[in-house]
Design a protein around this ligand. Structure first.
Ligand code: 48N
Length: 318
């Protein structure tokens, strides 16, 4: 997905035809059938409707069989992406589409994906992306309003759920949500230099109780490269930068104050391998290089994810 400079104007997407709302006062509110069955042929005879029989164990087995088969399959992954926010999912989308032969595991500590992206900002739901990130939105087939130097997707949740649905539909991607990376796997190479060789994971609820339960041994995933997109500082944020700093392997420089113009260019331009085997993207990078923050504009998150995917293909023999 190569980004080119924004062409002069994008044709304004035609708003979909608005259907005049059915005014209830004209509907025959006393008849039994609902408006829906009037508008659409009845698919089910609700009086005789019945689900196929099932045993509860069949449902459990259908889930556990697949979950543990995936744990086994992705125990050796080509790429692990930490964090399913806008940067992590954008990286997964580009990488998994470009290289369907790669096994890509996404580790997300929350039950739900999206990170800081379910809202545009401070509970305002529309999402702003500055050009040229509009081409990524075009690639997703999402409608948007063109405001000249930026675009607006009507709800940030529409963006992240569309992106997530496309990522999860790809056969070479597995999302392990409610699962957090709680440590890194390191290796010394022949010259004695340290590199990252995978992640240590645990179910997030387990990780949150290490202090009041015996420390549960974790699960591990070996991989050639980690793309870390765990966001800026927060209870779980900036994980890999903070862990590398605690190992004395990286100097951490905390995120700067808000400056949209500086922040977005810097985050995309500096998306890179920050440590052998580990690429950092999105707002986690601001905790590594003390880039400014940009607040509720998401173009840099998307393009940082795109660049992280391209860096992974360029830097590593995947
Ligand atoms: O959305 P975030 O936090 O991170 P990004 O970099 O994808 O997007 C950042 C963006 O939402 C902003 O912060 C905007 C642009 N505002 C900037 C500003 O000025 O404030 O997603 C990170 C994801 C979250 O879903 C976390 O739950 C997850 O990473 N996560 C982890 N997942 C697994 N293991 C961990 N240790 C971990 N830590 C965080």
């Amino acid at each position: 997905l190569m980004m080119t400079a924004p062409s002069a104007t994008f044709t304004q997407t035609k708003p979909t035809e608005t259907v005049a709302p059915v005014s209830l006062k004209t509907a025959n509110v006393h008849n039994k059938s609902s408006l829906v069955s009037k508008a659409t042929p009845a698919v089910y005879d609700w009086d005789t409707f019945k689900f196929a029989p099932i045993r509860e164990s069949q449902v459990s087995r259908a889930m556990t069989k697949r979950y543990f088969a995936d744990l086994d399959k992705y125990a050796e992954s080509d790429v692990v992406i930490v964090g399913a926010g806008s940067a992590g999912l954008s990286a997964a989308y580009v990488l998994a589409k470009a290289r369907p032969d790669l096994k890509i595991a996404i580790i997300e500590s929350n039950v739900a994906v999206g990170g800081g992206c379910f809202l545009g900002g401070q509970l305002f739901s529309a999402m702003v992306l500055r050009k040229p990130a509009d081409q990524f939105i075009e690639d997703l087939g999402l409608e948007y309003e063109d405001e000249g130097n930026f675009i607006v997707v009507k709800h940030a949740a529409l963006f992240i759920t569309t992106l997530c649905s496309k990522v999860l539909a790809l056969p070479n991607v597995k999302l392990f949500n409610a699962t957090c990376v709680e440590d890194l796997i390191t290796r010394k190479d022949a010259a004695g230099a340290t590199r990252i060789a995978g992640v240590v994971t645990n179910w997030t609820l387990v990780s949150m109780h290490h202090d009041d339960q015996s420390c549960m041994d974790p699960n591990t995933i070996n991989s050639k490269v980690i793309i870390s997109c765990t966001g800026h500082d927060g209870p779980m944020g900036a994980f890999c930068v903070k862990r590398l700093a605690s190992l004395g392997l990286l100097k951490r420089n905390a995120m700067g104050a808000l400056d949209m113009n500086k922040a977005e260019d810097a985050i995309v331009k500096n998306t890179r391998e920050v440590f052998p085997g580990l690429i950092c993207a999105g707002m986690e990078l601001s905790e590594c290089d003390s880039h400014n923050r940009m607040g509720p504009t998401f173009g840099a998150m998307v393009l940082s994810g795109v660049k992280a995917a391209e860096e992974a293909l360029k830097v590593y023999d995947l």
